[in-house]
Design a protein around this ligand. Structure first.
Ligand code: HEM
Ligand SMILES: *[C@@H]1O[C@H](CO)[C@@H](O)[C@H](O)[C@H]1NC(C)=O
Ligand SMILES: *[C@@H]1O[C@H](CO)[C@@H](O)[C@H](O)[C@H]1NC(C)=O
Length: 344
């Protein structure tokens, strides 16, 4: 009797642990997100976010790209829980120094601005994770992309993970199979990956991230789809060969329409002019039979791209941090947990 209840207990414990490990990344259940979560507690939150994003994008269209990337880098690390926004403190190591974020991830001030407007209207109600998610949708729409409804109700984590940020975020010099596995790990499909990569139709990349591509270290990819000479020489004038020189010089990910959310990114890949090696691999990798077909599809069918992008953004936004629903909070300041903020 004692033995069997012990056994039962340990099986239960195992199941609880296994389930909580699974649910933090796979969201097997529908996450408890709804469209009307703030309908009575903060009815104008969507308007407030929109208004600030309009100003931000008007003052610099790059701000749209920054916020979209910020959302992705939030969701890929312990779910969309605002963890990416947290500053380092003596007790918390944030994600901002992760290899893919350091000197690269921006847009934090835009989120601060939105947050303070939202706080003045409905203090303590709207999570930073939701603000980033809504702002990313507005960003896409404001530069010509699709519109979709944003499920909300996320909580902000009280922790961040530099380790997971280093492990989970895809990099420009990574091969296609490895990038695919990082998306699958998040519960996102190959189709989601190719559609979401279409976010590279806006924004910039730093020299450091495309240097090896333009100076021929990716022989195989470059051989199969050589970049046009004109584009190559333009990139080389922005990005010198010697590591350390001009590392932070930027170039548009989509040189045709850098500030417009359209499908030209995919058309560019078909000409071999993808800026990042990881972009070009979607079309040119020997492992990319399926991804190549998707690139071809989105290159000729902008509406199919928009539809899939919107669906995949909702799916990425659904990667929830189960722990944050139990132990999370609505941060007053997106950079710090509430217990650190003394002035009340
Ligand atoms: C498929 C794997 C991906 C890889 C390997 C990747 C990698 C990168 C890299 C290296 C940069 C340039 C960063 C810099 O030089 O500072 C970048 C920029 C960007 N990424 Fe991705 N990314 C991927 C997927 C995504 C996804 C899924 C989204 C959003 C849905 C996204 C949105 C962006 C945006 C908007 C920018 C431009 C940011 C700016 O202007 O600063 N990326 N990405
Ligand atoms: C950075 O790019 C500009 C042109 O976009 C170029 O004039 C400058 O020389 C580059 N910086 C370095 C260190 O090469
Ligand atoms: C995302 O979550 C919402 C709310 O739980 C759900 O209604 C929707 O079907 C999910 N969408 C996707 C694409 O996973």
């Amino acid at each position: 009797m004692a033995l069997s209840s012990l056994k039962f207990f340990s099986i239960l414990q195992f199941l609880i642990i296994a389930f909580s490990m699974l649910s933090t990344r796979l969201n097997a259940d529908d996450p408890p997100l709804t469209l009307d979560y703030y309908a009575s507690s903060c009815p104008f939150v969507f308007d407030i976010v929109r208004r600030v994003m309009e100003c931000e994008v008007l003052s610099d269209p790059r701000n749209a790209a920054l916020v979209v990337r910020l959302h992705m880098h939030d969701c890929f690390v312990q779910g969309c829980d605002g963890s990416v926004l947290m500053d380092d403190t003596v007790t918390l190591k944030g994600e901002k120094k992760a290899s893919q974020n350091l000197q690269s991830l921006k847009g934090f001030r835009t989120i601060d601005r939105i947050k303070s407007m939202v706080e003045s209207e409905c203090p303590g109600i709207v999570s930073c994770a939701d603000i980033v998610t809504i702002a990313a949708r507005d960003a896409v729409m404001l530069v010509g992309g699709p519109y979709w409804d944003v499920p909300v109700g996320r909580k902000d984590a009280r922790t961040a993970s530099l380790e997971l940020a280093n492990a989970n975020l895809p990099a420009a010099d990574e091969g296609l199979p490895s990038i695919v596995s990082k998306f699958l790990y998040q519960g996102l499909s190959v189709t989601d990956m190719v559609a979401l990569s279409g976010a590279h139709t806006i924004g910039m990349a730093r020299c450091q991230n495309f240097r090896s591509r333009i100076y021929g270290d990716f022989e195989s990819t470059s051989d199969r789809s050589p970049m046009s000479e004109i584009y190559l020489s333009r990139l080389r004038s922005t990005c010198p060969a010697a590591p350390g020189s001009g590392d932070n010089n930027v170039s548009a990910l989509d040189y045709v329409t850098p500030n417009l959310f359209d499908n030209s990114y995919y058309q560019i890949l078909m000409t071999g002019d993808g800026l990042l090696n990881s972009d070009q691999e979607l079309y040119s990798s020997i492992f990319g039979v399926e991804t190549k077909q998707l690139v071809q599809c989105y290159a000729v069918d902008p509406l199919e791209f928009f539809k899939q992008f919107a669906d995949s953004m909702v799916k990425m936004g659904n990667i929830t941090n189960a722990d944050s629903f139990a132990t999370g909070e609505v941060r007053r300041n997106c950079r710090f947990v509430n217990s650190l903020i003394r002035s009340e």
